[in-house]
Design a protein around this ligand. Structure first.
Ligand code: C2E
Ligand code: MG
Ligand code: MG
Length: 755
């Protein structure tokens, strides 16, 4: 019987084939089955089937089968059947694309084995179409006829060949997909057992990134779905901590350029918000379109990192309080000593011992004692600055390394003392030790360090000795190793607190010392500050001005002096006598002079008091010039433009530099009293005084000799060409009212003065 498939049938099958080609992979099985059944139906076959060859094992298996009612299925029987059982058939299919066997019984003699096989299955006739995958016959579309003989017309044959091609392509697709699925499945299976995340990461030439494959654990680890990441890798990359991002991408780039494995550890935020350490390892490959892929894994190594840092902690930290131990203290001290040498500043080693710690430990138990130590550690940590070190030596002994104190030892000591007081106050606060209220005190010993030469052991023993002094002196106090330093620190601290209240208590006063010309006429005055302190008597400005400078008090004191002096000048203004002509010098300290608001403050005070700037002279010392010279120049220019005169005090004792003398707008040099004192006896001093006078005249500045006490000194200075004088020989600094009387008297006596 010649089988022919009519045109409409053909169209129908074409459409089926088309739908086959368009089927998604997971629908393909069904479509193939449908197509086969349909074809078998049209051909009137008893069985229609698809056989696939397994190249590796040289076996064949039926993958799809559709049987007519009553025809026994063979799919189960024909699984992994060796190809060798069909030698003739296999040969024929290599040559012919379609094999039509009208009568099995008429097969040639070299098809004896096939004949036996077919006969056993009661097959009378067959149509077999070879399916080519990648140019190789790797499957058969077959039709069995059990009791009729089949012959195809040419058109149907042609048609079946075309169907075979479509089917071949579809099957090929399915095989590839199933291979992928199998691969992916095994990867998934494997990856689900793997305690990390397995991935393929892809980076396109335009910088876009995806994870074409990433195992499901990514969801547990980062709370991100694999299929989201398969389209865009950024949600995961965004979880990398900012601090580690740059190095992560730098490593990616390195791996891309050098084609070396990508290996890094980074920190990321997990889905539960916790931070994790992630180890990433992967191998790069370059694709044809210049994309890059990396295959590898992410692994959560937080535990490992933690135990690494635990180990470090055990070695360098005290397990109870978590503070650095003696070992780390030594390191930190070495760093501090280096830093101190480099920055020319002081550091301090502070030894803290808790008073009567043994009592609480013995009476309330070790756990309570431990709790106290923990809380003490915490308070210490909170009291000092971030760059200081708090360590525990053991027992109830704690050590602090404090850094960054001034070069000047006394000043540094005073500041260290302040920090220690804060520490003591913090430790004096009551403790709640698991319900037990406790009030404890510390004894604190301090030693300062400045250079490299002292060792930790030396410093510790110094601080330890100081701490014992603190215990001896009644506990809960602070003692310095050096007793001189101790004394200075205490005195300064007391004086500072007195000074703070001096302005408030009206203990400060301004005295005036007259300045005269070579004829003895008063031409000016210097305003000199006086401190009448009840407990101390008259305190010399030489003593308290440096302290005021260090503590910053000078700013308010300086303001007070200026205001006082300008008010006084203003009160003299309209008298029309000698006083209204005087130029009054005010000493301005470097710190005050460098305040950005200095000029505007002076201007405001001039306005407020009504004093004339012509009556004001500002005295600065050379130390005020050892600063940003341009700023100094500007300040001086502003002051002079206001009509104020500038005098350089104590000239010759500081950094005297001809350079700035030329550059700065000054009016006057004051020869320091140190050169005047011995001017008659010491040729050097005389020479210096003479040089300063020459210099002043060369620079067209006036010169004042300070500290003139005798007639001899005066005459000598006059002979050297000096025209302005100040000193006890003429008058001591006097309270304002006395000074006024002095001037009135002096100007009344026209010729020879009282002096
Ligand atoms: P200075 O500016 O060099 O003041 C001159 C010092 O010499 C004054 O000391 C004055 O009393 C003293 N003196 C004057 N004539 C003689 C003399 O014939 N023999 C001796 N032996 N000494 C004489 P004083 O008042 O103790 O002031 C000391 C320093 O304190 C001043 O030195 C000045 O630098 C500073 N000072 C005083 N008042 C102020 C102020 O209001 N502000 C600032 N920043 N510093 C001030
Ligand atoms: Mg002065
Ligand atoms: Mg002076």
């Amino acid at each position: 019987m010649v089988k022919a498939v009519t045109l409409d049938q053909r169209e129908f099958v074409y459409r089926l084939s088309l739908s086959l080609a368009r089927s998604k992979i997971d629908e393909l099985d069904g479509s193939i089955h449908g197509l086969i059944a349909e074809l078998g139906d049209r051909l009137g076959a008893d069985r229609a089937y698809l056989i696939m060859f397994e190249e590796a094992s040289q076996t064949i298996s039926i993958t799809h089968e559709a049987c007519r009612k009553g025809a026994p299925p063979q799919q189960e029987a024909i699984q992994n059947v060796p190809m060798a059982r069909f030698p003739w058939l296999m040969d024929q299919l290599q040559i012919l694309s379609i094999l039509v066997i009208p009568e099995v019984e008429e097969l040639p003699s070299d098809a004896e084995e096939e004949k036996l096989e077919f006969r056993r299955e009661s097959i009378r006739s067959l149509v077999l179409v070879g399916l080519k995958l990648e140019g190789q016959v790797s499957g058969i579309l077959g039709f069995d006829f059990l009791d009729q003989s089949c012959v195809l017309d040419r058109e149907t044959e042609e048609f079946l060949l075309q169907v075979g091609e479509v089917l071949g392509a579809s099957v090929h697709r399915q095989i590839l997909a199933s291979r992928n699925v199998r691969f992916e499945n095994s990867l998934y299976r494997y990856s689900d057992q793997f305690p990390g995340v397995i991935f393929q990461f892809r980076m396109y030439p335009d910088g876009q990134t995806t994870f074409p494959f990433i195992s499901n654990r990514v969801e547990d680890m980062f709370g991100l779905a694999a299929d989201v990441l398969s389209k865009d890798a950024r949600p995961l990359l965004d979880l990398i901590e900012d601090t580690d991002k740059a190095s992560f991408f730098k490593k990616v780039d390195e791996s891309r350029r050098r084609m070396t494995p990508f290996e890094t550890d980074f920190r990321a935020r997990k889905c539960d918000g916790a931070r994790a350490w992630i180890e990433a390892r992967s191998v790069p490959a370059r694709l044809a379109d210049e994309s890059m892929t990396w295959h590898g894994y992410f692994f959560d190594v937080t535990d490992r990192k933690q135990s690494e840092s635990e180990i470090e902690k055990l070695a360098f930290y005290d397990p109870l309080t978590g503070l650095p131990n003696r070992r780390l203290l030594r390191d930190r001290l070495a760093q501090a000593l280096t830093g101190s040498t480099r920055d020319h500043d002081h550091g301090a080693l502070v030894f803290i011992d808790l008073d009567h710690f043994k009592n609480i430990n013995d009476s309330a138990g070790h756990l309570t004692g431990d709790e106290l130590l923990i809380q003490v550690g915490e308070r210490l940590r909170q009291t000092v600055r971030a760059w200081d070190t708090v360590a525990r030596l053991g027992g109830d002994e704690f050590v602090l390394i404090l850094k960054g104190f001034p070069t000047d030892t006394a000043n540094a000591a005073a500041r260290v003392e302040k920090v220690c007081e804060k520490v003591r106050d913090a430790l004096n606060e009551p403790y709640d030790l698991n319900g037990i209220e406790y009030a404890g005190t510390p004894s604190i010993g301090v030693t300062l360090f400045y250079d490299h030469t002292t060792t930790l052991e030396e410093l510790l023993s110094q601080a330890d000795m100081a701490m014992f002094r603190a215990k001896e002196d009644g506990r809960n106090c602070i003692r310095f190793y050096d007793s001189m330093m101790q004394k200075k620190v205490s005195e300064r601290l007391a004086m500072e607190s007195d000074l703070r209240s001096a302005i408030r208590k009206d203990q400060l006063a301004v005295h005036y010392q007259v300045l005269v010309d070579e004829k003895g006429n008063p031409v000016g005055a210097e305003a000199l500050l006086r401190w009448q302190c009840p407990g101390r008597g008259m305190v010399s400005p030489a003593e308290f001005i440096p302290l005021a400078e260090e503590t910053g008090l000078i700013e308010s004191i300086g303001y007070w002096v200026l205001e006082k002096v300008l008010s006084r000048i203003a009160s003299w203004k309209n008298r029309g006598d000698a006083l209204s002509e005087l130029q009054v010098s005010v000493n301005v300290s470097a710190r005050q002079f460098h305040l950005p608001s200095f000029c505007s403050t002076v201007m405001a005070l001039l306005r407020k008091t009504g004093a004339s700037p012509r009556n004001l002279k500002v005295e600065i010392t050379e130390s005020a010039l050892a600063y940003d010279l341009e700023l100094v120049e500007e300040t001086l220019r502003t002051l002079r433009s206001m009509g104020i005169r500038i005098s350089l005090d104590d000239f010759g004792t500081g950094y005297s530099s001809l350079g700035y003398l030329k550059r700065l707008s000054l009016d006057e040099l004051k020869i320091d009293q140190g050169f005047v004192r011995d001017i008659l006896d010491d040729p050097n001093d005389a020479a210096i005084a003479e040089t300063i006078l020459a210099l002043a005249s060369a620079l067209k500045l006036s010169a004042v000799a300070e500290g003139v006490e005798t007639k001899g000194q005066l005459e000598r200075l006059v002979s050297m060409g000096c025209t302005r004088f100040q000193g006890y020989y003429f008058s001591r600094p006097l309270p304002a009212l006395e000074f006024e009387k002095l001037i009135e008297k002096a100007s009344g006596e026209r010729k020879r003065r009282a002096w």
